[in-house]
Design a protein around this ligand. Sequence first.
Ligand code: KG4
Ligand code: ZN
Length: 340
Amino acid sequence: MKKDQYILGIETSCDETAASVVKNGTEIVSNVVASQIESQKRFGGVVPEIASRHHVEQITIVIEEALKQAELQPNDLDAVAVTEGPGLVGALLIGINAAKAFAFAHQLPLVGVHHIAGHIYANQLMQQMEFPLLALIVSGGHTELVLMKEHGSFELIGETRDDAAGEAYDKVARVLNLPYPGGPEIDRLAAESEATIDFPRAWLEADSYDFSFSGLKSAVINYKHNREQKNEYIDAGEVAASFQESVVDVLTTKTRKAAKEFDVKQVIAAGGVAANKQLRNSLTASFNELNIPFYVPPIALCTDNAAMIAAAGSSMFTYGVRGSLDMNGRPGMELKSWNK
Ligand code: KG4
Ligand code: ZN
């Protein structure tokens, strides 16, 4: 009988300190996330030094808790997978150093995972991935369309030329004086309001799968300034709904076009913005109509977590990828295929 594989995942690239144990790359055994959102709210965003300090305070507790909830000892594990990049370098280093120390102390192999590969592999915790597969990654730092022809193979077919989708949500939320992080706030407000304002959509060149959200953000800022100058009332709900309508329209249209062009068997969404209700509904309806299976993980697996890092780490480990004890945080790390 084949022995089960247990991977400990560790994630500290931004403002969540997370550890998780995943069995055979597909089954969550434990999933612990310590969020710093409450503390970062005071500053209206993530302050890198504060993020690092929180990670230092939390990391040991979170790893111990993940093992305790999994009812496993370190020697039951097959490997330690940790986010190597991209992210805040100081924050990444806390997770990496904890992973290295743990791996060294317990003589375990180490695997360095790309954060976006993690977001994509969150889907593997829900259902089998079928190839060719198209992944829409929308988070605070990324907006990308990635084509996967098999496990561990990634072709970037489109990306943002300026702001990431989540960044646009957070910036527009600030303009509307909403608390950090702005995505869930805009999501909630938009659901109660009408999209009455005609904000622009950046389609870019006809054959491009790239995105741009900075023009939309500027349009929202200009709208607000104009109304303020004329002493006119600003309905935050209408602004939120209209902004979101533009983002969802562009994301859905481009993803749909790419899915058809590359004749994919499955479309998945990943990253914090994939928690957005209107985006989930719009993509679901669109791919229902095209008869292409579409999946998006539950919200807790869309936002940053370590189960997704363990899931991607499991595939890498199976392909023989190994990190070394001189691993460093790589803030600008590129998503590379690991299956060749
Ligand atoms: O993936 P994630 O947790 O961290 C990064 O890797 O960046 O994504 C965080 C981003 C933030 O910009 C946040 O505002 C956005 O995801 N977000 C949302 C929603 N929930 C989180 N955006 C829109 N609607 C949501 N419900
Ligand atoms: Zn993320």
